[in-house]
Design a protein around this ligand. Structure first.
Ligand SMILES: C[S@@+](CC[C@H](N)C(=O)[O-])C[C@H]1O[C@@H](n2cnc3c(N)ncnc32)[C@H](O)[C@@H]1O
Length: 223
């Protein structure tokens, strides 16, 4: 699943036709509980699910799967050059790092020539709107161009410690970062909210989804 709209890889085929996934080495970045890797394994691919969070990987382990789980930072991938045919990331790592080019360069390094990296992030336009599913989420409340990160802190004895950080990039920033890392951008998919999806989750809802995009999916090739 590429995002809350519900666009899945069976429909999108952004990694290629499902029958071509068989036998492919695939790296999932920011895998969380490794849902994507689990699906890839069923297609006959050889996924490795990577996440910074040990806790998330414990969930992946509990749910199960026969593929490796790797606890590491996407900015310092513990793999040799040209180890993978494909890489994917559904909202993993890239929105949460201050230096996305570092991550993109690392992913490019571990891909084989011709390999593809597909990643989804919150659509940058959402930054300008309140993260609310109702009508209040439809009015611009801050600048699209303000790159100040969103930070949640845990305060102990008057000292704050960042526990959640999200970094905003404009669409142009993301395109430039992909190019700076040496990838060729072959598509930028903005899934439309489908009629069957009536769920509300966080700031995602049919109301907003029908009016403004919520997810941006970048399809990048390592030539
Ligand atoms: C929004 S979750 C997405 C999880 C999963 N891909 C999904 O579709 O449900 C983002 C994940 O990225 C991971 N993450 C954040 N920064 C990372 C980093 N620098 N390296 C690797 N993983 C990271 C988080 O631990 C978290 O599991």
């Amino acid at each position: 699943m590429w995002g809350p709209e519900g666009l899945d890889e069976v429909e999108a085929e952004l990694l290629g036709p499902p029958e071509d996934l068989k036998g492919k080495d695939v790296l999932e970045i920011g895998a969380g509980a490794a849902q994507c890797s689990r699906w890839l394994a069923v297609q006959g691919a050889r996924p490795i699910a990577l996440d910074l969070s040990h806790r998330q990987l414990q969930h992946a382990l509990r749910i199960g799967g026969t593929f490796p789980l790797v606890c590491a930072d996407a900015g310092a991938l513990p793999f040799a050059d040209a180890s993978f045919d494909l890489a994917c990331s559904a909202y993993g790592a890239l929105p949460f790092v201050a230096d996305p080019v570092l991550v993109l360069r690392e992913v490019r390094r571990v891909l084989r020539p011709g390999g593809r990296f597909v990643f989804s992030v919150t659509h940058p336009i959402r930054w300008a709107f309140p993260d609310e599913p109702g009508p209040e989420g439809l009015s611009v409340s801050s600048s699209y161009f303000d790159r100040t990160p969103y930070v949640e802190q845990y305060i102990e004895n008057g000292v704050g410690r960042a526990v959640y950080v999200e970094h905003h990039r404009t669409v142009g920033d993301r395109v430039r970062e992909v190019v700076a890392a040496g990838f060729r951008l072959v598509d930028l998919v903005e899934p439309e909210w489908p009629a069957w999806n009536s769920s509300e989750w966080g700031g995602w809802s049919p109301l907003r989804g029908n009016l403004i995009p919520g997810t941006a999916i970048f399809v990048c090739v390592r030539d």
